[in-house]
Design a protein around this ligand. Structure first.
Ligand code: SF4
Length: 294
């Protein structure tokens, strides 16, 4: 629960606040950009949800439920409006934002995908019965797909709870010694891990980064690629590139050449839903900018 006594002094006047335990993971600013912003290296409420604006209030609750440090709340301790996660990204898609981000993955988003051949958990939220119940109701988890070493969080506990296989690239395997399946290869060498589920090795952010594309429609990009609300365009995080920027540039060029998708669902950064051709063109232009700035 957010702590009123630790309320950040830069919060906009009103009921909603962020406390000073915030680790600046950015998740609330991606989930509810109209309400949350930055002040001095932490998130704060920059605009209170207007009275009667149910959408803004709902988004603030979604951010509160996702926050890895439980730093978001209301001074009058309003009760949360029922179960918010897992939350389907589009009705009937079978793809869910699971919220409950883990502090150990620096608040990275994780995703649950219902599949006829076995459900997927892509990266890991913190382990909680609030998600285990809904996951079980939807058929459990057959595969945990890890995009890279930083976002492992409670993957081992989820795999143990549901008897799932765990996939990670061999170059990041030390972060998940419990993995059952190691991905091999480099950029431009995709591997099918299940029907309709393709792993694209994407060295760059880390040496063992992987982007997963499902049904040529949903791209789970980890920290290799994201949308930027500020730029209104695709972005990659040069300031958080731990292995090699030239390699990340090559990886994203190969991803553009070998995949197609209309949903971009990252670990950090904003998500996007655009026509596949537009996302492809934007990815090509991002790669050109990255290469020019190398
Ligand atoms: S989600 Fe929580 S930890 Fe992350 S930036 Fe927002 S308030 Fe801070």
């Amino acid at each position: 629960m957010a702590r009123v006594a630790l309320r950040h002094t830069a919060n906009a006047e009103g009921a909603w606040f962020v406390d000073t335990r915030c680790i600046d993971c950015g998740t609330c600013r991606e989930v509810a950009p109209g309400t949350f912003g930055v002040a001095g290296g932490q998130s704060v409420v920059v605009r209170q949800p207007a009275a009667g604006d149910d959408g803004a209030e709902r988004d603030a609750w979604l951010a509160a439920q996702a926050c890895p440090t439980s730093s978001i709340g209301t001074v009058d301790h309003r009760p949360r409006p029922g179960r918010l996660y897992p939350r389907e990204v589009e009705a009937g898609s079978g793809v869910f934002d699971v919220g409950y981000c883990a502090e150990s993955s620096f608040g990275a988003s994780a995703w649950f995908v219902v599949r006829p051949d076995g459900n997927l958990l892509i990266d890991s939220p913190r382990f909680t019965d609030a998600l285990a119940g809904p996951f079980a109701e939807m058929g459990g988890i057959a595969h945990v797909l890890l995009t890279h070493r930083d976002d492992v969080a409670d993957a081992g506990r989820w795999a143990e709870r549901f008897g799932a296989r765990v996939w990670i690239h061999t170059d990041d395997r030390r972060a998940a010694p419990f993995a059952t399946d190691l991905l091999e290869g480099g950029a431009g060498e995709p591997t099918t891990v299940a029907p309709g589920v393709v792993a694209h090795p994407a060295p760059g952010h880390t040496k063992g980064s992987v982007v997963f594309v499902v049904d040529d429609r949903f791209c789970f990009s980890g920290d290799s690629l994201a949308w930027s609300h500020e730029r209104g365009d695709l972005t990659a995080f040069r300031g958080a590139c731990w292995y090699s920027w030239p390699e990340q540039t090559r990886s994203l060029r190969a991803l553009a050449a070998t995949s197609s998708f209309e949903w971009l669902l990252p670990g950090h950064g904003a998500r996007a839903h655009l026509p596949a051709a537009e996302l492809h063109d934007r990815l090509d232009r991002l790669v050109a900018r990255m290469a020019a700035a190398a």
